[in-house]
Design a protein around this ligand. Structure first.
Ligand code: TYD
Length: 391
């Protein structure tokens, strides 16, 4: 039975930065709610947005723009090569090639539904199918490239609405003793840190290991290792093989125990989380209003999908935030989804006139605070994770 536990109100598409009046007048809104399935333990959105409205040729998120993510993907690629020595590699959701660029072009294939990004990796020489991951593309890959020894996917599985089909298709492509490794934001971390802004249209599900294990086991697959990651505000890297083909490592039961102890298998933990989310909203509005009343200039740093959720849920617009700075060229010169706050480059907007900066990209706190030493001497960053505070 699915129980709704959180209502974040009407929301726009989190990465749909707008460039003109026509786009503003046609802006798509949907009701962002979150449900807990008491049987499978899966946490999912109450309403899904049609995938091609989120992932298309104008997608803006570039993994390679952050040094943290560049070294993250380089490290995982080296470690996987060393441990599994795969003959063939498939990446699902290859973005700008930040992971596959570490593998041999002739032994690698990728699937990426955003045409602008599929073009980048095709141009780099990596065969990339400009398609959504499903049964049909899985068949095509087996026909054209054979079964795959290593299937990797980062921040993509949680985007897929029909998980049964997604995992079944992976099983169909995986070689008999192959490994499937995927990483996505951790439900436990989100609940612990109160980071409700992990919830937006693209994140159709926020995974617990418990829910993933339930799903995979029913398809003949097993989780044999789980590694905690610090990226994206706390993620899990989940290692999967066919049931019986590898020993299950202690990290799996460790994670299952931790989730159970945190109450993630019961609805009450989620209801409690919802109360904390409401408090966080009130505290953030109070803090920003107080600073504004005193006449200070406040901007936001990082035009993230996460901040789309925060701003729309808290109804924070240009009354409280003058503009957002972000290094992504495709976001600059546009308006943020829903609240229509202008986005400019840090070179243009992050100058001595800024007194406070809400850290929309709080998951890159170290990288950004280190980069903006000059600002830190004078102004203050504000974060709402794990509670509303000055950094
Ligand atoms: P991320 O937190 O990965 O986004 P999302 O919530 O959409 O998954 O995105 C970080 C955003 O912050 C991205 O638009 C790039 C921007 N950014 C900067 O502007 N400066 C920086 O130094 C860094 C690291 C990121």
């Amino acid at each position: 039975m699915k129980v709704k536990f959180l209502d974040l109100g009407m929301q726009p598409i989190a990465n749909n930065f707008l460039s003109d009046h026509d786009q503003i007048s046609r802006e798509y809104m949907y009701h962002l709610t979150v449900c807990f399935d008491s049987e499978t333990k899966l946490v999912s959105l109450g309403e899904f947005v049609p995938p091609d409205m989120m992932f298309n040729d104008s997608y803006v998120y570039h993994s390679s723009l952050s040094n943290t993510m560049k070294s993250h993907f380089s490290n995982v690629a080296q470690a996987l090569k060393k441990e599994f020595n795969p003959f063939s590699v498939l990446e699902i959701g290859s973005n700008d090639g930040v992971f596959i660029c570490h593998f041999d072009k002739h032994a690698t294939v990728a699937v990426e539904p955003c045409g602008n990004f599929a073009k980048i990796t095709n141009d780099m020489g990596y065969k990339t199918y400009d398609k959504f991951w499903n049964n049909q593309i899985a068949k095509e890959i087996v026909e054209n490239h054979g079964k795959q020894d290593l299937i990797y996917s980062a921040n993509c599985m949680c985007h897929i609405q029909n998980l049964n089909e997604a995992f079944q298709s992976i099983s169909n492509v995986l070689s008999d003793d192959g490994v499937f490794i995927f990483e996505d934001p951790s439900l436990l971390k989100m609940i612990e840190r109160g980071s409700y802004d992990q919830i937006y249209d693209e994140h159709a599900h926020i995974f617990s290991i418990t829910a993933i294990q339930n799903l995979l086991n029913s398809l003949g697959l097993a989780v044999f290792r789980v590694a905690k990651l610090s990226v994206h505000g706390g993620s899990n890297r989940i290692f999967v093989s066919r049931i019986g083909s590898r020993d299950i490592e202690p990290s799996v039961s460790d994670h299952l125990d931790r989730e159970n102890n945190a109450g993630l298998n019961e609805i009450s933990a989620y209801k409690n989380f919802a109360l904390r989310v409401e408090q966080s909203k009130n505290q953030l509005i109070d803090l920003l209003s107080e600073i504004k009343r005193k006449g200070y200039k406040v901007v936001s740093y990082g035009a993230t999908s996460k901040s789309t959720t925060v701003f729309n849920y808290c109804e924070i617009n240009t009354d409280l935030i003058d503009y957002i700075v972000d290094i992504t060229p495709n976001k600059q010169g546009r308006l943020s989804p829903g609240m229509h706050i202008p986005v400019v480059s840090p070179d243009e907007g992050f100058n001595d006139s800024v007194d406070y900066a809400f850290l929309g990209a709080w998951n890159f706190e170290n990288e950004i605070v280190n980069k903006e030493k000059r600002f830190v001497k004078r102004g203050r960053f504000i974060s709402h994770v794990p509670y509303v505070r000055f950094i």
